[in-house]
Ligand binder design. Structure first.
Ligand code: COD
Length: 160
């Protein structure tokens, strides 16, 4: 079983994330989409809310499951028999950061990282920007899965 992880904050997931998850699912027997739990960073959505949206978004992908983890990614991978990290690259700044993490992870346990060139249609899309544009009344419906659009709209209407 060749198992990979697509780690992220997913606060919330976007079409850019989904593109990477779908492509990773074609390359590996199983892909775990893992939400990183960072107690010192309060997001818009709770970990459970992020996971629920991810489960709905990936329901059509039979070899993808959703989980969460806390602590070092290499430890989570070792405990779950995961051989590679699959991530998307949007820009040179992504590359600098991701390369450093990939090298550190390989140094720590030999964990491999697969960096995939992003779909240019979503090169400018990030969770923080979709939140900001929604909060300011802009339309991002075409940039996120339908469930995320619904939940984002609900969150910001609750907040007024
Ligand atoms: N197109 C393509 N890919 C995208 C897009 C897009 N539009 N948006 C995001 N992605 C991909 C990127 O590969 C990104 O890495 C991944 O999705 C997750 O993105 P986010 O924004 O949800 O998550 P981040 O960047 O906040 O998450 C960072 C992690 C939690 C993945 C990272 O900090 C991590 O791996 N931490 C593990 C803790 C650890 O082991 N630390 C030691 C590191 S050496």
């Amino acid at each position: 079983m060749r198992r990979a992880v697509c780690p992220g904050s997913y606060d919330p997931a976007t079409n850019g994330h989904l593109d990477i998850i779908e492509r990773a699912a074609k390359l590996f027997d199983e892909v775990v989409v893992a939400v990183g739990v960072n107690k010192s960073k309060k997001g818009l959505f709770t970990t459970e809310e992020r996971m629920d949206m991810l489960r709905e978004i990936t329901a059509k992908l039979p070899n993808v499951r959703v989980d969460s983890w806390q602590g070092l990614l290499v430890d989570y991978c070792r405990e779950n028999d995961i051989i590679a990290v699959a991530k998307g690259l949007r820009s040179v700044s992504d590359f600098d950061y991701e390369l450093q993490m990939a090298q550190m992870n390989r140094e720590l346990t030999g964990l491999e990282t697969l960096l995939m060139a992003n779909n240019p249609a979503y090169g400018f899309v990030s969770s923080s920007l979709v939140k900001e544009v929604t909060a300011l009344g802009g339309d991002i419906e075409h940039l996120v899965p339908p469930i995320v659009f619904k939940r984002l709209s609900e969150k910001y209407s609750e907040r007024g």
